[in-house]
Write a new protein. Structure first.
Length: 317
């Protein structure tokens, strides 16, 4: 437990822990909602008001954890966090509200704000919007509800549009810088072998790669990113030196699948292929998945995170 939030002489704190209450850091690991977001939900919307000790330590009961998980279920349906308290207070059944309706009215507005900032190359505005949303939503929710739809909208808008390359370079550079800084900070807090993620696209700063790295890093895993393809022999050398529990190969284009069996035979961890290349090679990958238990596929960063979690390759939350 973090000694900075616990005084060994704080009897009230110890009694509460013995009664099953948990400190905010433990709750963050259980639910996947970081402490900053939990405090923001409490401060801004009156969601999840924990017990406080005389010294101000937040302590959460099992009921609080159940409430957090209920909030996440609503958010995953597309409901904005500002609307959740009303639904919880009214005990509205989850299936009674069309998630798509809420998503259209909430996330679409946020996406439009980001699109406008990108179109004017407004880096500070982009920062402010992203930071504001990150304070309210876990990374996995932001990725699924906002960033992946934003990328789809951008790719459609950039097709044949004058100035598209400029917008693309601006946004990809910003995203890589923003997420790369978070990876660097998170990696300083982690120990053990990192997950290795390699860009096998013809596109530098591939957003799908960096989103995958950010999600895994947010789950308290160390992550090493190679934002450039490396030959198989050199990739094998990197694997031998880093000993990663998983290697993620991200690509938007066809891969040379004939090299995979040799790589898989020499590696005991999980090899995860992700990105549009999975759709390109769908038929060819199926027999390989049967032959090699340590091979996995994922179509996008959210699915990739789930694969890593299912295989217990992430920090338990």
């Amino acid at each position: 437990m973090n000694p900075s939030i616990q005084n060994p002489d704080d009897n009230e704190y110890q009694v509460a822990l013995a009664d099953g209450f948990r400190p905010i850091r433990d709750v963050a690991r259980i639910t996947g909602v970081n402490p900053v977001t939990l405090r923001a939900w409490e401060r801004r919307y009156g969601l999840i008001v924990p017990q406080r000790t005389a010294k101000g330590h937040r302590l959460y009961s099992k009921q609080h954890i159940n409430q957090i998980q209920a909030i996440l279920r609503w958010i995953n349906r597309g409901v904005a966090v500002s609307q959740v308290k009303e639904l919880l207070d009214s005990e509205t059944p989850l299936l009674a509200v069309a998630g798509e309706q809420w998503a259209d009215s909430q996330w679409a507005q946020k996406c439009q704000m980001l699109l406008e900032a990108i179109s004017t190359l407004a880096e500070r505005r982009l920062d402010d919007i992203f930071n504001s949303e990150l304070a309210l939503y876990p990374p996995q929710v932001l990725c699924k509800q906002l960033l992946l739809p934003l990328l789809a909208e951008l790719e459609q808008r950039w097709h044949g549009q004058f100035g598209a390359r400029l917008e693309q370079v601006f946004f990809y550079s910003w995203l890589r810088s923003k997420l790369g800084a978070r990876l660097y900070h998170n990696n300083r807090q982690q120990h053990g072998s990192p997950l290795l993620m390699v860009n096998y696209s013809d596109l530098p700063m591939a957003p799908g790669l960096w989103l995958s790295a950010w999600l895994a890093s947010s789950a308290e895993s160390a992550v090493e990113v190679f934002d450039w393809p490396v030959p198989q022999a050199e990739l094998s050398m990197a694997i031998e030196q880093l000993q990663p529990p998983a290697v993620l190969l991200y690509s938007t284009q066809p891969l040379n699948l004939s090299q995979l069996p040799m790589l898989l035979e020499g590696y005991a961890g999980t090899l995860l292929i992700t990105g549009p290349t999975v759709t390109i090679h769908q038929a060819e990958l199926q027999p390989l998945l049967v032959q090699h238990r340590n091979l996995a596929i994922a179509t996008d960063p959210v699915v990739a995170l789930q694969v890593l979690a299912d295989r217990r390759l992430l920090q338990e939350v």
